[in-house]
Design a binder for this molecule. Structure first.
Ligand code: ZN
Length: 406
C-alpha cells in the first residue's frame, strides 16, 4: 500500500478511489493549459514508442508451468474502501474495472499464490485500534475464501501452498503491513500469526518507537531493544520479516539479526530510481547473503528511472522499466533472490502493459526476450519466495527444539 507523501496528515492521507477516478472536471483550466508543458515531447515519445510485448505460446508455457506467487496485493483494502467491506458490493467473480484485481484476470495472469495485504493506516497507531482494524481486514480475506471456495484457499504453510496450487486453486496467505498493528505487544504478533498472517512489514510510512520507516524521521536508530525482540519472535513463530517500507538502517540491523531469510514484499531498486522506498545495492547484496528475496514493486513512482522522472514527474513508465529493475536486482543479488510483489490495488499509477493482474505473462515474455531461461524465470515467479518460506518454517522448528532443550 502506497500513501501519497507531502499531504498533511489531517487531510485524507492515502490515495483513495476518489482521487483515482478524479474526472478532468476537477482540474482547473490553468492546470489543463499547463499540461503540455509538464509532458515534454521526448518523454511522451519514450512511452508512446515503447515496444509492445506479445506473449508467445512458448512464453505462455513457461509462465503457466511456473508458480507465480506475488508478494503484495491490496485488494482487501479496496474491498473495504470502495466496497463497504462487502463482496456483495464488489463481487470479484464479476469483472471489476475499478480494481486491478478480479478472479478472471487473476486466472489470465497465471497467479497461483498470493500474499493478500491486511493493511490498515499507520494513523491507527494513534487511535489505538490498529489490531482491531487488522482483524477486520483479515475477516475480509476469510470472506473471499468462503465466498469463492472453488477459486481461493487459505494456506498456513508452504506445504499447504503446494497442495492448494496442485488442486488448481489460488493459494492465499496474508501479510500484515506495518508493525503498528501489534500495538507494542509481542502477544499480538502471535495472535496475528494464529489468525493466518505469515509476514509482517516492520513499519508502514511512519516510524515506530521500535523500528524506522524509510519515509519518516528515525525514532529507533534502526531497531530498539523491543524491535530486536520482535525480529526473534517472528523467527520463532515462522513469520517472515518484511523489510519493505523500512529505513536502510532498520534493513541492515534486521538482516544482521534475523535467523531466517527475510523478504521485501514490494520494493524495487534504488540504483534505477532514487526513491526512499527502493532498496540500495548494498542491501541487495546483504539480502543475498541472508538467503532472502526482494519482490519487485510495479508502482510507477518507484519504477520510472530518476532521470526520466526529472523530465516528467507524472511519467507512468512501461513494463520495460519494471524488467530493468528485475534485471538489476538479479545482477546485484543473484537470480535466487528476486521475486514479484506488484502492489496491485495499492497504488494509483502503473506502468503501461502492466495495468492489472492479467498482465504478468508479459514479464515472462520480456525476460525470455532478454535471454532468461525457464528455470531462472520460475525462480523469479515463485520458486525463490517458496524457498524462503520453507526455510523460515525450518528455523521456527529449530528454535522450538532449542527452547525444549533449555
Ligand atoms: Zn506498501
Amino acid at each position: 500500500m502506497f500513501v501519497r507523501p507531502l499531504i498533511s496528515s489531517s487531510f485524507a492521507c492515502r490515495w483513495t478511489s476518489h482521487m483515482r477516478f478524479m474526472s478532468l472536471g476537477t482540474l482547473s483550466l490553468g492546470a489543463l493549459l499547463l499540461l503540455p508543458l509538464c509532458c515534454p515531447a521526448d518523454v511522451q515519445a519514450d512511452e508512446s514508442s515503447e515496444r509492445v510485448v506479445t506473449v508467445s505460446p512458448e512464453a505462455s508455457d513457461v509462465h503457466f508451468s511456473g508458480m507465480l506467487f506475488d508478494g503484495h496485493n491490496d485488494l482487501p483494502w479496496m474491498i473495504r474502501d470502495i466496497g463497504n467491506s462487502s463482496l456483495d458490493v464488489l463481487d470479484i467473480s464479476r469483472s471489476q474495472p475499478k480494481l486491478h484485481t478480479d478472479i478472471e484476470r487473476l486466472r489470465k495472469g497465471g497467479v497461483k499464490a498470493q500474499f493478500w495485504s491486511v493493511y490498515v493506516p499507520a494513523e491507527t497507531d494513534a487511535t489505538g485500534d490498529a489490531l482491531l482494524q487488522t482483524l477486520s481486514q483479515i475477516s475480509i480475506v476469510r470472506q473471499m475464501m468462503t465466498r469463492y471456495p472453488e477459486t481461493f484457499e487459505l494456506a498456513a504453510t508452504s506445504r499447504d501452498i503446494e497442495r492448494i496450487v496442485a488442486s488448481g486453486k489460488i493459494a492465499s496467505m496474508m501479510g500484515v503491513e506495518g508493525g503498528h498493528c501489534i500495538q507494542g505487544e509481542l502477544r499480538n504478533l502471535s495472535r496475528l500469526y494464529d489468525e493466518g498472517c505469515r509476514y509482517m512489514t516492520l513499519t508502514h510510512s511512519k516510524s515506530l518507537d521500535w523500528a524506522d520507516a524509510a519515509t519518516d524521521q528515525a525514532r529507533a536508530s534502526g531497531l530498539s531493544e523491543f524491535g530486536r525482540a520482535v525480529i526473534l519472535e517472528m523467527n520463532r513463530l515462522g513469520m517472515l520479516i518484511d523489510l519493505s517500507h523500512v529505513s536502510p538502517e532498520t534493513m541492515r540491523q534486521a538482516l544482521a539479526l534475523s535467523r531466517a531469510p527475510i523478504i521485501f514484499s514490494h520494493s524495487s531498486a534504488l540504483a534505477i530510481n532514487n526513491h526512499p522506498r527502493n532498496v540500495p545495492d548494498e542491501i541487495l547484496a546483504q539480502t543475498a547473503k541472508n538467503g532472502g528475496v526482494v519482490m519487485v514493486n510495479f508502482f510507477s513512482s518507484f519504477v520510472v528511472p530518476t532521470e526520466q522522472l526529472r523530465k516528467n514527474a507524472k511519467a507512468t513508465g512501461t513494463i520495460h522499466d519494471v524488467v530493468d529493475h528485475i534485471e538489476h536486482m538479479m545482477r546485484i543479488a543473484g537470480e535466487d533472490h528476486v521475486g514479484i510483489g506488484s502492489d496491485f490495488d495499492g497504488v494509483p499509477r502503473l506502468p503501461s502493459q502492466l495495468e492489472d493482474v492479467s498482465t504478468y505473462p508479459r514479464i515472462t515474455q520480456e525476460l525470455m526476450t532478454r535471454g532468461y531461461n525457464r528455470s531462472q524465470i520460475h525462480k523469479l515467479l515463485g520458486g525463490n519466495i517458496m524457498r524462503v518460506l520453507k526455510k523460515a518454517e525450518e528455523v521456527a522448528v529449530m528454535m522450538g527444539e532449542e527452547e525444549k532443550r533449555r
